[in-house]
Design a protein around this ligand. Structure first.
Ligand SMILES: C[S@@+](CC[C@H](N)C(=O)[O-])C[C@H]1O[C@@H](n2cnc3c(N)ncnc32)[C@H](O)[C@@H]1O
Length: 314
């Protein structure tokens, strides 16, 4: 998963640091900004030119100063722009200050040949006092850049998290959760499936012991990875504990996704605990494992199979 970041100055340094902290492989393009190059060197980030981009998964332009030539444009490019709704084009913050505005925003949008005309992907809005300097504006705005990028990557389904889910399975979780108000996930590990569910916008309750079991060793490190990968999601509630024990504290939910204990007994007790609480759809991973299949088949006839996800509509 390679992200090319076209960025400069302090905002660029913050966004670069954010992407590195999140574990992405980043290559940097900059307009000869010495400070961001120094920081890139600390991280071992390759500094490249547009000619050297090669293959990438996402291109993020964050305050790049040059108009990107048509020959480099692709549908994997997004732009980050402060106060886009009011101030398209150059120096939006200068105009924000001049007009004594007090409601700022930062938007992500698809980068197109026509500057600032691409479809908006995400928007974060914030209040400010009347601002006098750029520094004042960015002191308030910067945390919203992080939130914006987090939400944007979720929406674009950029998922570089280690796990066992296939693209089709992640797509199924995302699309199905989109139609639900709330979803319980049993077994989150480092958050690969959780992030797909979160991207849908549904309220997600992720339950995991983060202790693993006989067939999977899970440590505090994995829990830390989960927190890092999902951090910043307003629609997430994380519960550390046994799935069946914790089911007692939770009311009915639209959708349940089971991917916790994969033993016959484990799947059986999860279905017994969660089926009565499911309003619309219950599903689970690894139907190709004989012990999972047996426990599921004994409970009901499944409606559909996507990859190794079994699906039962209520
Ligand atoms: C296969 S992993 C989940 C993978 C995850 N869905 C993904 O997309 O990467 C199984 C997880 O279930 C958790 N688990 C096992 N038994 C559990 C139980 N009884 N209650 C809650 N979580 C459990 C483990 O700690 C582990 O993190």
């Amino acid at each position: 998963m390679t992200i090319i970041l076209y960025a400069n100055r302090n905002t660029g340094i913050c966004v670069l640091s954010y992407l590195i902290a999140k574990g992405y492989l980043v290559k940097l393009i900059t307009d000869d900004d010495a400070d961001i190059i120094t920081v890139a060197n600390y991280y071992g980030v390759e500094v490249i030119t547009f000619e050297e981009m090669g293959d990438y998964d996402l291109f993020i332009c964050c305050h790049g100063r040059k108009i990107i030539a048509d020959k480099y444009l692709s549908d994997k490019m997004i732009n980050i722009h402060p106060c886009l709704f009011k101030y398209k084009g150059h120096n939006p913050v200068e105009r924000y200050i001049k007009n004594k505005d007090t409601v700022g925003s930062v938007e992500s949008l698809y980068l197109t040949a026509e500057v600032d005309a691409g479809e908006v992907i995400c928007r974060e809005e914030f209040e400010t006092p009347v601002i006098e300097t750029y520094a004042e504006f960015y002191n308030i705005a910067l945390p919203y850049y992080f939130k914006l990028i987090h939400e944007t990557l979720l929406k674009l389904k950029i998922n570089n998290i280690e796990g066992w889910m296939s693209e089709d399975e992640l797509e199924f979780l995302y699309d199905t959760a989109k139609k639900m108000k709330d979803v319980v996930e049993i077994g989150s590990y480092k958050g690969k499936s959780t992030v797909a569910l979160l991207g849908s916008g549904a309220k997600v309750i992720a339950i995991d012991t983060w202790e693993g079991n006989d067939d999977l060793k899970v440590t505090n490190r994995d829990y830390y990875e989960f927190l890092k990968n999902t951090g910043g999601s307003d629609n997430l509630t994380t519960i550390v504990g046994d799935s069946v024990e914790r089911s007692k504290d939770i009311d009915d939910v639209d959708m349940v996704f089971l991917d916790g204990d994969h033993s016959y007994e484990g799947v059986k007790r999860d279905i017994e605990a969660w089926l009565p609480k499911t309003k619309k759809l219950i599903c689970g991973h690894d139907y190709d494992l004989p012990e999972v299949k047996q426990a599921v088949d004994e409970a009901f006839k499944i409606d559909e199979l996507i990859g190794s996800i079994w699906i039962k509509r209520i």
